[in-house]
Design a protein around this ligand. Structure first.
Ligand code: AMP
Length: 386
């Protein structure tokens, strides 16, 4: 069975083709709508990068279709068994992967106000794929679904009930496909049943979140009503006293939109030291860069501590995402002065091995390359095989 997974971001489109659950080809179209747009694709041993202006997501998908034909990977989308779509926000309406029909589209549209930036791009991808392959089953896999089993005490904010009941204000959590993938891959690595494991998963990329996974189920996560909450991120401030927001508006005269832009796009690592790239930050001798890294490692350490306390017993801590997978410096900083029977293995960390704790560590620490598209494809296979 052949499945394609479409992951439309605000300015990027990722596309992966699977056959019999293995990835056949992988495309990334970056900087859509900008002068430095690029199509990168990997197929068998080949890796190709093409610099080309790609006006919008529709053009990006068309370019991919042409390349699939040109390289004789796939003659037509109608030859697919299903197309899986990453949809960031499923609200409370979607707690599982769902076959897309008119009703599902209406529901996804009705959730746009919760996450306009992401859901708009996701929906565009769905409508386009439907146009290209109207007879192929389209399946939506939601980032929020993995967190839908969190207990009430985890997902509610300490607000009057009406704000949740009438307006849906609660913690939803994000990066669900990544956390789910990391937890399953960790159980695989340990050769244990996931139902017996307590795992802390760290998805650390430009957007970052931490998740407490008990028996394969998310019981708490750091992102909240929006992806702004939680650990310090590339351009998002993460946890902040809500009073700061009122102060910025009342005393500095900033509008709601201006405050939103500041906290989401000009804060975090970028706000602290002028760049959100951890490679640059780590290599820089600048005092602000050092402070940014200290603050980042401290904020992640605090969540690990909190989730150790919540879970009661932790079997493994797993790093994934661009920063988690690649920054040995940050991983080392996070475990400095942590004891609790954790024995961090410096050499394994420097070598970026899969297990970076010593054999007699009470908690295994792992680095796993996350794969949201594989997780989405697995969800699609589950539906096709049911
Ligand atoms: P992601 O959003 O998961 O693609 O992660 C992107 C982020 O990963 C970038 O902004 C960098 O900060 C970080 N990153 C990528 N490669 C490295 C590396 N080799 N060392 C440290 N950080 C890296």
């Amino acid at each position: 069975m052949k499945i394609a997974v479409v992951n439309s971001g605000s300015s990027s489109l990722k596309f992966k083709l699977f056959e019999a659950k293995d990835a056949l080809a992988h495309f990334v179209v970056e900087n859509i709508g900008k002068a430095d747009a690029k199509i990168i694709f990997a197929f068998r041993e080949k890796k190709v990068a093409i610099s080309k202006i790609v006006a919008n997501h529709c053009e990006a998908l068309k370019e991919i279709v042409e390349l699939l034909k040109e390289y004789e990977i796939l003659a037509d989308f109608s030859h697919l068994d299903a197309i899986g779509h990453r949809v960031v926000h499923g609200g409370e309406a979607f707690v599982d992967a769902t076959v897309i029909d008119d009703e599902a589209i209406k529901k996804i549209e009705s959730l746009k106000h919760l996450d306009p930036l992401h859901n708009e791009a996701n929906l565009e991808g769905i409508l386009l794929a439907l146009k290209m392959a109207p007879l192929v089953k389209q399946i939506a896999v939601f980032d929020t679904a993995f967190h839908s089993k969190m207990p009430k005490e985890a997902y509610l904010y300490a607000l009057e009930a009406k704000y949740y009941e009438n307006y849906g204000i609660r913690r939803y959590g994000f990066h669900g496909s990544s956390h789910s993938y990391l937890a399953k891959a960790c159980a695989n690595e340990l050769q244990k049943d996931i139902r017996e494991l307590n795992i802390i998963t760290l998805h650390l990329g430009n957007g970052s979140s931490v998740c407490a996974v008990q028996g394969g189920v998310s019981i708490d996560t750091s992102m909240g009503f929006t992806p702004l909450e939680g650990v310090i991120m590339g351009t998002r401030c993460g946890d902040i006293d809500a009073g700061v927001v009122f102060y910025m508006q009342r005393e500095l005269g900033l509008s709601v939109d201006e405050t939103d832009e500041i906290l989401n796009t000009r804060s975090g690592l970028f706000g602290l030291c002028g760049t959100n790239d951890v490679r640059e930050i780590s290599a820089s001798g600048d005092a602000n860069a050092k402070l940014a890294l200290d603050m980042l490692s401290r904020s992640i350490k605090k969540y690990i501590g909190a989730y150790m306390a919540l879970l009661g017993r932790v079997d493994a801590i797993v790093f994934g995402g661009g920063i988690g997978e690649n920054s040995a410096i940050l991983r080392k900083m996070i475990f400095e002065n942590i004891n609790f029977g954790i024995l961090f293995d410096d050499d394994a960390n420097e070598d970026s091995r899969k297990i970076i704790s010593k054999a007699d560590s009470k908690i295994d620490i792992m680095v796993i390359k996350t794969d949201e598209e594989q997780e989405i494809a697995n969800e699609c296979y589950k539906i096709l095989e049911s």
